[in-house]
Ligand binder design. Structure first.
Ligand code: SF4
Ligand code: MSK
Length: 625
């Protein structure tokens, strides 16, 4: 992590980013890196979690001189409470996205929209059967209504247990039961976290941390899992397909539209609109060669996984994509969208379009997408983009060249199919040590790091050690740009991984989706554990988020650990002000949950830490080293 002024080369690993950072400097455009510099040094009380604003007797800052807040709360309590609210924010983000997906499915099954359909009926029926909903002899709409009702019930307190706990290995459920952290309802756990952290409630740091685990489990095994499953039902379950990544996917001679955020409900309609011959003809009439759609961040992941739409960039590329001067419109839904995009857009001719009432941006134009008008609004937005093409100043256009090829779309459904309908070949490869373990590298960019240096180097190191890597979120673009998401990347892997991935013709790094799709990885971990009759924590698995920044990433880390997956982070959350909480995170949770966090900024050392953990797990299972 960098503390002083960074040179352009130190800011990012990538040529496309560096080229645009130079252009931004020339064009007088401020970026996240400039603002980080203005914000540094950061407040040490906040950075260590030792400041509290939970009531107006404060704010309070804990130090040796003043070890207690006005109410008497100590540093441990304040750090745990702050972390609790932090992960509750992340869990709320994923889970509210999940709720929006259920509402979308509900509109389809109730017939209140003609703009969306169920694309994967077989998956809906499979899920219904898994969840105990009768499917036989009933129409897909009838089954869909029951699935919606059940998923909505997962948000309150009506159910005896969350629906997808049926996927969790028995040993893991027992651990949760004994610790009192079995989640009951998504909204319930998030609301209880806000309640517990109100002044005068939960003043036992360890107890608050356990509720952090419970809240995040509700995210992973309900909010996020529902988002993933319903998105597949509505838009199709991903299968491998080829695509491209980096800023070179923006096209100089075409109308360029970028979609950004997380929920595919808006962007899927825009895919349809940009393929409408009438709109393409209109674009040609206005002097463009066509309409080009590319993705950013997780909306980009969703579209790439299901439609093969190219990926312009991850989190720190979002401002730089606009700096090309060739983007007519950036259409956003929600989460991880920097408010600065409006300002950067104003430096060129780029207009930001917001689509969700819960995520408006001052200076952007709001085109409200609802289930009944998704088609109409998508067409309107694409027409707006075509109109703006004439406003583009060709003298200010500069687009990096040379997109990188990748393969995306590795859903669990496809993996099972590729393995012949059973996990046995994968388990055999793990047992034989050809695949020594499986690691999910997930999450973000953070301008405190050289962009993607840790994401890429950790993935490279792990595959060398015969560890299969799964990627989601913004790490995907990093892996793609590094050439790790194509079958040819097996040349960079160890001999065992080369053999297995070679025989299946798959890359050694598999793209499994967006942030909410980490639920696919939880499901895969549970399938493996159930097949072997062990707990998830017994498996040679790990998670990692080397360059994370968001509340959601912290929630993901917490639900991975609580699910029994050892999880590496490049830097700690703001908890280091409490020795008790920090020790619990990096050690104590291991005793309670069979997994804990490991903090290591150096990706090479992190690879060694993960490798050692996998070695220990293999040894305990009596597997070859
Ligand atoms: Fe200070 Fe306690 Fe109020 Fe927090 S809750 S601001 S520590 S008085
Ligand atoms: S978008 S949470 S920056 S992965 Fe899911 Fe990327 Fe992290 Fe957002």
């Amino acid at each position: 992590m960098t503390k002083q002024k960074q040179t352009i080369d130190e800011k990012s690993l990538w040529d496309d980013a560096r080229q645009m950072l130079r252009k931004a400097e020339k064009d007088g455009v401020e970026t996240a890196w400039d603002r980080l510099e203005q914000q540094t040094p950061h407040c040490l009380f906040c950075a260590s979690g030792l400041s509290c604003r939970n009531c107006t007797m404060g704010p309070c800052r804990i130090s040796k001189k003043a070890p207690l807040g006005v109410c008497g709360a100590d540093g441990d309590v304040i750090v745990a409470r702050n972390f609790g609210r932090f992960v509750a924010g992340g869990a709320a983000g994923h889970s509210d996205h999940g709720r929006d997906c259920i509402e979308a499915l509900q509109a389809v099954v109730l017939g209140t929209t003609q703009d969306y359909i169920i694309k994967d009926e077989a998956k809906l029926r499979r899920l219904a059967a898994e969840l105990g909903i009768v499917s036989e002899g009933r129409t897909v709409l009838e089954v869909g209504r029951d699935v919606c009702d059940l998923f909505f019930a997962n948000y309150g307190s009506q159910l005896p247990q969350l629906s997808f706990l049926c996927r969790v290995p028995a040993k893991r459920r027992e651990i949760w039961q004994n610790l009192g952290i079995t989640p009951k309802g998504v909204d319930r756990e998030i609301a209880e976290m806000m309640h517990r952290t109100h002044m005068g409630c939960d003043n036992d740091a360890a107890n608050t941390m356990l509720h952090c685990a419970r809240t995040c489990l509700a995210d992973g095994w309900a909010g996020s899992m529902i988002a993933t499953e319903v998105s597949d039902i509505l838009f199709g379950t991903p299968r491998p397909r080829k695509s491209l990544a980096n800023l070179a996917v923006i096209k100089e001679d075409q109308v360029n539209i970028l979609v950004h955020g997380h929920n595919p409900i808006v962007s899927e309609k825009i895919v349809e609109a940009v393929n409408d011959p009438a709109l393409i003809a209109l674009a040609r009439k206005k002097g463009a060669a066509g309409i080009n759609l590319a993705g950013l961040c997780c909306t980009g992941n969703e579209l790439m996984m299901r439609q093969g739409i190219p990926m312009a960039g991850n989190h720190l590329m979002t401002e730089l994509a606009i700096v090309t001067g060739a983007v007519e419109l950036i259409v956003v839904d929600y989460q991880c969208i920097m408010p600065s995009l409006v300002t950067v857009g104003n430096c060129y001719h780029t207009k930001m379009i917001t689509t969700a009432d819960k995520a408006k941006f001052s200076g952007a134009e709001h085109v409200k997408f609802e289930m009944h008008n998704g088609r109409e609004q998508a067409w309107k937005v694409v027409e707006m983009a075509i109109d703006r093409f004439s406003l583009r100043n060709p003298d200010r256009v500069e687009i990096p060249q040379g997109p990188v090829a990748l393969v995306t779309g590795f859903s669990n459904e496809f993996l099972l199919e590729a393995l012949g309908g059973t996990l046995t070949p994968l388990i055999d490869a793990i047992k034989a040590g050809k695949i020594r373990g499986v690691v999910a590298i997930v999450g973000c960019n953070n301008p405190k790091y050289q962009q993607d240096y840790c994401n890429v180097n950790l993935a490279r190191e792990l595959i060398k050690k015969d560890i299969l890597v799964l990627v989601t979120g913004c790490v995907t673009t990093a892996a793609g740009k590094a050439g790790l998401l194509v079958p040819e990347a097996i040349a960079m892997a160890g001999s065992g991984l080369q053999e297995i991935c070679g025989s299946l013709a798959i890359p050694p790094v598999l793209h499994m989706g967006s942030c909410v799709d980490n639920a696919r990885i939880l499901q895969l971990a549970a399938l493996l554990a159930n097949e072997l009759g062990v707990d998830i924590s017994d498996l040679p698995l790990a998670g990692s988020s080397p360059e994370w920044y968001s509340e959601k990433a912290a929630a993901i880390g917490m639900y991975c650990v609580a699910s029994g997956i050892y999880t590496h982070l490049g830097h700690p959350p703001n908890i280091t002000g409490s020795e008790l909480v920090t020790k619990l995170a990096v050690k104590g949770l291991d005793d309670l949950l069979g997994a804990c966090f490991a903090i290591e900024p150096d990706p090479f050392k992190a690879a060694d830490l993960i490798d050692e953990r996998i070695r220990q797990k293999r040894q305990a299972l009596g597997l070859a080293q």
